[in-house]
Design a protein around this ligand. Sequence first.
Ligand code: CTP
Length: 410
Amino acid sequence: MNDLAGKHIVLGLTGGIACYKSAELCRALIKEGATVQVVMTEGAEHFITPVTMQALSNRTVYHSQWDAREANNMAHINLSREADAILIAPASADFMAKLLHGRADDLLSLMCLARPIESVPLLIAPAMNREMWAHPATQRNVVQLQSDGAQVLGVGVGEQACGEVGDGRMLEPAELLQELVAFFQPKVLKGQRVLVSAGPTYEAIDPVRGVTNLSSGKMGFAVARAAREAGAEVTLVAGPVALATPRGVQRIDVRSALQMQHAVQAEAGEASVFIATAAVADWRPASMAEQKIKKDGSGQPPTLSFVENPDILASLAQSTRARSGALLCVGFAAESEALQANAQAKRLRKGVPLLVGNIGPATFGQDDNALLLVDEQGTRELARSDKLSLARQLVCEIARHLKTDFFQKT
Ligand code: CTP
């Protein structure tokens, strides 16, 4: 992916042990297509050398407001005017306090103050000891910085360099990258609450065996990420998969179809959109054996009987909220043949305004997919691409459906 292609990022480093992560972050930004200009405070240079950051960014590093390399000697103006965003990572407690007061006694703070506030966003990745992070002064500063227009990206939890454990670590480079990529996505679902079901379900036969399917959950996780990037609050009800939760998404893990139905129903009351990407098992064993079923020596397999699972999507689509237009239900269809005919029939059968068809065996477990959007107007193909790109296109389609008269009553 090249999600930051054409973006010019000023990466500001202030004094903190997390500076070692900024080297990796710089690389990650460049790999994603961005150009990166590093600006360091004196404190940052105690933790990592400008040589390292220059080599990684392929640009000389700036640190002094008296830098004579700039013809007009105004590095703070020149660097901030060409940036698409300024990302301070790590941002120390001291630097945040400084920003808050509009102080400008080094190049980085001067540049933040001098940036055109409407066109050059400022993103802040705090990094500090847990007591410093929890201190009322820091928390007050976070609130004030946000109301001054900065976006504070939050902190990680865990073991800290000082040996203490708690909140205050800088987010990992991969998390910061996800935040920055999300920042640039259009906010077409702002104000929406999106509920996504994803992955397979697992229907237990006995304590060691069960029935499941080949769904990897990747499409559903990509949809959850894309919805969050588009500004929605997202809850993801996930069947048994080992995928990382997208940043900022609330995840509820379930195993069986009945558990998934329970979780979805509990969350649906708050949602304005339900996207059912899960490959729910159609049947479950009529009863689960309490102990492992053993071979009895007869050579005969055990007789298993199955009952049908409830249709989570169809029953939600029938609910009063969906019927009144307060909940937009979007289905998926995993087919193995005759995609268009099957998907159109399934849309009507499930009673959903929008259904997304795909060929299950061609996509389960893969990183890419091709989709067929089916609605009242007809069908539209989304050409084969990686799942995140497709998810972003689907999110735009959902935003379009939300704008129609019927779905404005939330
Ligand atoms: N679905 C659901 N609950 C079920 C079965 C399916 O919510 N018990 C949802 C899926 O999440 C998907 C849509 O219904 O959004 C279609 O799922 P799919 O497996 O393609 O179809 P089925 O309803 O199982 O129909 P069939 O097996 O006949 O293809």
